[in-house]
Design a protein around this ligand. Sequence first.
Ligand code: PLP
Length: 309
Amino acid sequence: MAAVSAAILCQLKAGDHIVAARALFGSCRWVVETLAPKYGIEFTLIDGRFLENWEKAVKPNTKVFFLESPTNPTLEVVDIEGVAKIANQIGAKVIVDNVFATPLLQKPLELGAHIVVYSATKHIDGQGRCLGGVILSDKEWINEHLHDYFRHTGPALSPFNAWTLLKGIETLPLRVRQQSENASRVADFLAEQNQVAKVIYPGRKDHPQADIIARQMKGGSTLVCFEMKGGKEAAFALQNALDVVLISNNLGDSKSLITHPATTTHKNLSDEARAELGISPGTVRFSAGIEDSEDLIEDFARALKSVQA
Ligand SMILES: Cc1ncc(COP(=O)(O)O)c(C=O)c1O
């Protein structure tokens, strides 16, 4: 979150305006909605799936567009190239939180984004060892905006954590490949189950934005979002019955992890805001690890037996 907040705040001043997609990780939304306005920075939250919403939200003082794609947890996508074109017309900068896509499956700078941020705590570390973040941009932006902000406010990694994250990068492609394959197999399995109302996975043809995904992503992500028919009770029963898959709010780990967004990552949102994002009491987020996919499917098959259809 230090990387996300630095990337946003280092380039803004009182009187500036941010347009952000409303589908953001809870803390990212807090930075935009609660922290930035304390310093006189205005914001507009939009449904980022539709390019016309970005255009309509622009004001004379708009300086930054901020988005996640795919989003946490409902895996909506934003047309990054389209948003970058709108931003370029008004001289605003596009910041993409690329954590759900990983650097392997989506390259926002090549799509026209100006700044990319990662929680390195996720896939880059990949083994739940340390917190970290990354900000990518061109040298000019880094020198003009980030350099002094960073030096004087101190969101620095310890050398040991930096070393650990660099070691993580060595195996990142292998892990993301296996995790994406596992996510894809689990998504297809879940889509066939009676207890499951809906599966959202960017690698499936039935994803509502499959055309944008085909244009801007090289794979389907390592995460799957699905909705249990029996709401929160069924979601909890499933999570508790899983053995191989562990309950945790982390994601991108070598171990498969599962979480219930409405009571964890997005619990601070109002019921209305959660509903707007498609997060229901039955919504579950699965982060695929590097286990054998057969073990994961067996685990889900067994755990689902303890959940009423
Ligand atoms: C999309 C997204 N951005 C940023 C973060 C923040 O990451 P960290 O926990 O490393 O501060 C998270 C954490 O879940 C996230 O999902």
